[in-house]
Design a protein around this ligand. Structure first.
Ligand SMILES: C[S@@+](CC[C@H](N)C(=O)[O-])C[C@H]1O[C@@H](n2cnc3c(N)ncnc32)[C@H](O)[C@@H]1O
Length: 311
């Protein structure tokens, strides 16, 4: 296996881009430390990588790297970086952060995903030719308190919407963050028309699955974050759960961050082009859209950063 030294690359966007190429290779070509079943699970998490026809690899790489570049920059600019990867899933970003020299605490409630993440670590230690300082923990973030009190960065990617007590989690993270430390939250944007329609359709389909969900879930209340503190779950007849997740706009998320003590910074956005409309060379369109004030806030993904001011 060829090794990869991310410390030699200067630009955070290029670092995230180089890492994405390595991740894509592992997912699509195979990781020898995983069983065939585990590899399939990883592939189904990264369905975008597995369907290159509908998801042009160039676009996927650009969106992936622009969403991770702010975290890469923060880690490189931090002394003794300590990162909390909250809802780490299969651990991919933990490997990236640790490869940049961070000590990483990676937590997820799925024991299966944590087990696969632990097995993947060997692959990435070989790739980066160095040990990676990651502690993987299987726990429920709704109750979990980070075991460090000097976090330089918390990374929440596509997780917060699924947490029932969002304010409680963010408050515990704020307490565990060092002065001038940051939290970065990235997810799908409620203001993006494509996401909004798909989420509305998904909920329509679930109305018949759970009478409780049909009675209590209120799409408009979720949009306005009215009388809501986070995700709610309702049981189907077969015992599985229907989720009434609480997504955000950058406005409602910034408000919540302010409430728990973080100072929200200017949000970043990525992913304006629906994959089907993408053509090679459209990278400049993505970059240009980020400069148009109203249009930029309609992107598919946001990244909101909050900073803890020195007390
Ligand atoms: C969409 S995945 C995102 C994973 C990873 N952050 C990424 O960007 O690839 C959401 C993850 O959040 C985890 N999760 C959801 N609710 C959780 C909770 N209450 N406590 C811990 N993890 C949770 C799920 O198990 C899943 O791995």
């Amino acid at each position: 296996m060829n090794t990869l030294n991310l410390q030699l690359v200067n630009n955070p966007l290029q670092i995230a881009h180089a890492y994405y190429a390595a991740l894509r290779k592992e997912v699509t070509e195979g990781n020898p430390w995983l069983t065939a079943d585990e590899q399939r699970q990883l592939q189904s998490h990264y369905d975008v990588m597995m369907d290159a026809v509908h998801n042009p690899p160039e676009l996927a790489a650009m969106i992936y790297s622009s969403r991770r570049a702010p975290a890469v920059r923060a880690i490189r600019e931090s002394d003794n970086p300590i990162v909390f990867d909250a809802g780490c899933g299969y651990g991919s970003e933990s490997f990236l952060f640790a490869a940049l020299g961070a000590k990483v605490l990676a937590v997820d409630r799925s024991a299966e995903q944590i087990a696969i993440a632990r097995k993947r670590q060997q692959y990435y230690e070989n790739l980066f030719a160095r040990p990676l300082a990651i502690t993987f923990v299987n726990a429920d973030l709704n109750r979990y308190t980070p075991q460090y009190t000097n976090l330089s960065l918390t990374w929440l990617a596509s997780v917060l919407a699924a947490i029932p007590d969002q304010e409680g989690l963010l408050t515990r993270i704020h307490c565990a963050t060092r002065d001038s430390g940051q939290i970065m939250i990235t997810d799908m944007n409620l203001l993006n028309p494509l996401f909004l329609i798909n989420e509305w359709r998904r909920r329509r389909r679930n109305l018949s699955a759970s009478p409780e969900f049909a009675r209590h879930a209120n799409f408009a209340a979720m949009l306005r974050r009215k009388e809501r503190t986070g995700a709610r779950y309702f049981e189907r007849a077969d015992g599985t759960l229907v989720d009434d997740v609480q997504f955000f706009t950058t406005g409602t998320l910034s408000q919540l961050l302010r409430k728990v003590g973080f100072v929200p910074l200017r949000p970043a956005y990525s992913g304006w082009l629906p994959p089907r409309l993408y053509r090679p060379g459209f990278a400049t369109v993505e970059t240009a859209m980020n400069r148009v004030p109203v249009l930029r806030s309609l992107a598919y993904f946001y990244l909101v950063t909050g900073q803890k001011l020195p007390q």
